[in-house]
Design a binder for this molecule. Structure first.
Ligand code: NDP
Length: 473
């Protein structure tokens, strides 16, 4: 296995021995993961990316190899699969598959979102649960990784169909979650409406109010700033990165993809900090507004997406200076060719391919911060890092959402609700801490400025040491 973080300087004999042991360990591990999880490309991709980053820490700490920590970490504690049967408005019965992957058993209750999208399968859930494990660790809050969802597609479904589906889904998921065991939240296709139906059914079965889900409505247990947290957090992370180069967001032109929860609040915080977003997208295509998406336009987008469940192409009808381009099968996404200073991919995994990354670099983008989970393919990440672009990897940059979920759990336990200002202040502290930890760790392990290596190592070491403390074998 050729590691992206293997040292280049000439090693001593002892170090050479340690390096070849790491090399052998990681090659065997990756071969095992691929054999044990066939046909799961996203999961293989994330295991490979994490394993390659851990090279320097493994050379220095053979205990992680001796105790097979990575092998234990990438084997889920549990993969729960269940059928979800429901009836549509015409009386037809449908059968979907629900999944919950509970990944690591070291720090606190399991915590991670639920995704409702036709692409949901074991590979996606395992990849997201593993990413979540390191992300949760980076927040320093006591939460371990999980992820779940279903191949049910909410698009085009009526309100009552969504409600019946959520109730059936929760009836099956119920035995596996709880405020001290596993606390799901939203993700793609699961917003406040779906959380409402899921939580309502949870309460109906449990016969008690417990903080077993986060992202709840503000009148029934939500934390203030939870809806905003992932997008706001990503922009706070970007602000910290730019500050390391004596720069800031004022006057910057930014590309944002997606138009859901993360994208909307990324645009909002960019506006607060003096930048302007000029793009938004959905799976049908993207809009480019050269004048920038101001507060009024953003409010219109929120109504379009959250209330009317409309498509982003309508933006160009509403605001004639904007243009709409439909998605195509081309090997590059034209959204990433729009001239800009910064990019915030906030839709889905692998939405920035190697060509897109090259286009961004060529256009002079100096900062890429990932709101979505793993939106850039590994070759694209390499390109950003080689070009000296400030690259904020998702597990660090989008950790604001789960961090405020952790704060919501704390408020649920205390039966209290903190003010927006208080939660936002805590979010900023957490994002600054994650930024500083990732940056410092990268530097300590010989990869200054490489936030991916820093985030992976810092997230890993905390989980690994907890695993060793709780049980070496
Ligand atoms: P939403 O469902 O609110 O929005 C998702 C957006 O991405 C929609 O605009 C959707 O378009 C678009 N999208 C989804 N799949 C594709 C695709 N295959 N190609 C192009 N566009 C697509 O989800 P969120 O905003 O909550 O999540 C976005 C990303 O952020 C995900 O990667 C998620 O895992 C990550 N994330 C979310 C957190 C949160 O707190 N919500 C926390 C941390 C990470 P369409 O309507 O056409 O499907």
């Amino acid at each position: 296995m050729a590691s992206r973080t293997a040292p280049s300087r000439r090693p001593t004999t002892r170090r050479r021995g340690a390096e070849s042991r790491v090399q052998e360990h990681l090659s065997t591990l990756l071969a095992k993961v691929e054999a044990k999880n066939p046909g799961e490309p996203e999961f293989h991709q994330t295991v490979r990316e994490i394993a390659e980053s851990l090279w320097p820490v493994l050379v220095q700490n053979p205990k992680y190899i001796d105790n097979k920590i990575i092998e234990r970490l990438v084997e889920p504690d549990r993969v729960i699969s269940f059928g979800v049967n429901w009836v549509d408005d015409h009386g037809e019965i449908h059968v979907n598959r629900g999944l919950r992957v509970q990944m690591s058993s070291s720090i606190g209750p399991y915590k991670g979102g639920l995704r409702f999208h036709p692409s949901v399968n074991p590979s996606l859930c395992k990849f997201l649960a593993l990413e979540q494990t390191l992300k949760n660790s980076l927040t320093t809050l006591p939460m371990r990784g999980a992820k779940g969802g279903t191949d049910f597609d909410p698009k085009g479904r009526s309100e009552s169909e969504i409600r019946r589906f959520c109730q059936s889904f929760m009836t099956e998921l119920f035995p596996y979650i709880g405020e001290f065991t596993d606390v799901p939240a939203g993700d793609i296709g699961v917003g406040e409406r779906e959380i409402g139906y899921l939580f309502g059914q949870y309460k109906r079965i449990a016969k008690r109010f417990a903080g077993a889900i986060t992202g709840k409505g503000i009148n029934w247990g939500d934390s203030r700033i939870r809806q905003e947290a992932t997008g706001y957090g990503a922009v706070y992370f970007a602000r910290e990165m730019l500050a390391t180069r004596g720069n800031d967001l004022v006057g910057k032109t930014c590309l944002v993809s997606g138009s859901g929860n993360v994208a909307q609040y990324t645009v909002e915080k960019l506006l607060h900090l003096g930048a302007r977003a000029v793009t938004l997208s959905d799976s049908d295509g993207f809009v480019h507004d050269p004048d920038g998406i101001d507060r009024d336009k953003l409010e219109w987008v929120k109504r379009l997406k959250n209330d009317r469940r409309g498509r982003i192409r309508e933006y160009a009808d509403q605001f004639p200076r904007a243009t709409y381009q439909a998605a195509s099968d081309r090997d590059e996404n034209p959204l990433w060719k729009v001239p800009a200073d910064c990019a915030f991919p906030s839709a889905t995994q692998n939405e920035v391919n190697a060509k897109d990354a090259a286009n961004l670099v060529e256009n002079g983008v100096s900062l890429v911060v990932e709101g979505a989970n793993m939106p850039t393919v590994p070759e694209g990440v390499d390109r950003f890092i080689a070009a000296g672009v400030l690259y904020g990897p998702s597990k660090a940059a989008n950790a604001g959402g789960v961090a405020v979920s952790g704060l919501e759990m704390a408020q649920d336990m205390q039966l209290s609700q903190w003010t927006s200002e208080e939660v936002d202040a805590r979010l900023q502290v957490i994002m600054t801490r994650i930024h500083d930890t990732a940056r410092q760790t990268a530097e300590d392990f010989g990869h200054p400025g490489n936030y991916l290596v820093g985030a992976n190592i810092a997230g890993f070491v905390k989980v690994a040491d907890a695993m060793l403390d709780e049980s070496p074998i």
